[in-house]
Ligand binder design. Structure first.
Ligand SMILES: *Cc1c(COP(=O)(O)O)cnc(C)c1O
Length: 410
């Protein structure tokens, strides 16, 4: 008898089965399209050889399309946080004012980074699960004695599911003549963020979330004004992450890299971005929107409360509040150990209180059905009163109303 049948909804003695089929359903790393995995088996290329130079140049051009910018998208061999650190290392000056607006665990990373670099930080600390309000940011900046050099915010706050109104926050920062830096590590490639059209000064991202690559590449798309501001302060505190060094290399024809690029990951990125552009950015954003609607409908059909505001732009991860009397931290463990579905629980102050269903990157309709069904089964195992199949049915009704079961290009 398979583990799934033996344990589904019933047998509390079942323990982890290492042979159960595994489903990666987290918001990062995310699953890879087979073509992306396969290209990484190619022999390692010398990074000055024509074969790699061509991949690098094409992937950089594709990055500009996905970031919707004419900026050079500066790239680092780091996780997303490395690219965040690059922004702070280039823009924060000891004892000079900056503003951080956060509403979750990742937003707070800006605070920690800015303080580490000695910035005088004004912090707008919004409730986790709520969105940062543009007028609250405006008030925070007004109350600062001196205007900030830079404002640091998060597009998709992956710890809560909230997606911020980057356009409105950008307008506020610009009203005060500050540059804005947006952490779009999970949301870029899932939710529209037209950098140049909205005038966003700096957009940060990483390879392993909506961009369908393994972890290990960090990106900073830096506009002219932010580049100029960084150039005013070139005295120490940065070397590998110095924007001008990487910008100079990448601006050569063909583009160069001042350091050894992660050649294998560049091959993967080239293929993954090709898939995103083949599907088309609009279609990619629509697919994420339908998947998010299905996740929300499934959670409600299970009788769970959704965490976070009713927001039809929140299409990266969907969080469900765990019911009273249920050990929330046990639920993702049950999902993984009994059903092979790896989903994330809550982080920081949300530990044990929520479960997050990801739909960013290489996710299609049936992934959502699987994640919801595993959540339902784990909740039943943990003693909650749920009706088998309720969530899957609700998700499927969303897909049929949308006229399609959205699937990524592969
Ligand atoms: C994942 C994530 C990060 C951290 O990225 P790493 O690649 O783990 O360094 C930062 N911000 C957001 C919004 C994220 O989703």
């Amino acid at each position: 008898m398979s583990t799934l049948v033996a344990s589904a909804y019933s047998d509390p003695t079942m323990t982890a089965d290492p042979y159960i089929k595994q489903y990666l359903m987290t918001a990062g790393p995310t699953p890879l399209p087979p073509q992306v995995s396969q290209v990484m088996a190619e022999p390692i290329a010398y990074h000055r050889a024509p074969a790699f130079v061509e991949v690098h140049a094409r992937a950089l051009a594709r990055l500009r399309e996905v970031f919707q910018t004419s900026n050079e998208v500066l790239s680092f061999a780091s996780s997303g946080s490395g690219a965040m650190e690059s922004a702070v290392a280039n823009l924060v000056v000891p004892a000079e004012p900056v503003t951080v607006a956060s509403a979750g665990k990742f937003g707070e990373r800006w605070l920690e980074l800015a303080r580490s670099f000695g910035g005088e930080v004004a912090h707008l600390d919004s409730e986790w699960g709520e969105a940062i309000q543009p007028d609250a940011l405006d008030r925070t900046i007004k109350e600062m004695g001196r205007p900030p050099r830079a404002v640091f915010v998060t597009q998709s706050e992956t710890s809560t599911g909230v997606v911020h109104d980057v356009r409105a926050l950008t307008e506020v920062a610009h009203r005060h003549d500050a540059v804005i830096v947006v952490d779009a590590i999970s949301g870029l490639g899932a939710v529209d963020l037209p950098q140049d059209e909205w005038g966003v000064d700096v957009v940060i991202s990483g390879s392993q979330k909506s961009l369908m690559c393994p972890p290990g590449l960090g990106f900073a798309s830096v506009g002219e004004r932010a580049m100029a501001l960084a150039a005013e302060t070139s005295d120490g505190g940065r070397y590998y992450f110095d924007w001008s060094r990487t910008a100079k290399g990448q601006a050569e024809d063909p583009p160069n890299s001042p350091f050894t690029p992660a050649v294998t990951l560049w091959r993967a990125l080239d293929v993954a971005l090709g898939l995103i552009l083949e599907e088309g950015l609009e279609n990619v954003f629509d697919r994420h929107a339908v998947l998010a609607r299905a996740a929300r409908a499934g959670i409600e059909a299970m009788g769970l409360e959704r965490f976070g505001p009713d927001d039809y732009g929140a299409n990266v991860v969907t969080a469900a509040r765990m019911p009273e009397g249920i050990d929330g931290a046990a639920v993702p463990k049950l999902m993984r150990d009994r059903y092979g579905v790896t989903a994330a629980g809550g982080q920081g102050r949300l530990n044990g209180r929520i479960v997050r269903i990801a739909h960013c990157g290489y996710f299609g309709a049936f992934d959502i059905v699987i994640a919801l069904t595993a959540l339902e089964a784990a909740l039943a195992d943990a003693g909650a009163d749920v009706e088998p199949g309720a969530a899957a049915g609700a998700a499927q009704r969303v897909f049929s109303r949308a006229g399609r079961a959205p699937e990524p290009v592969a």
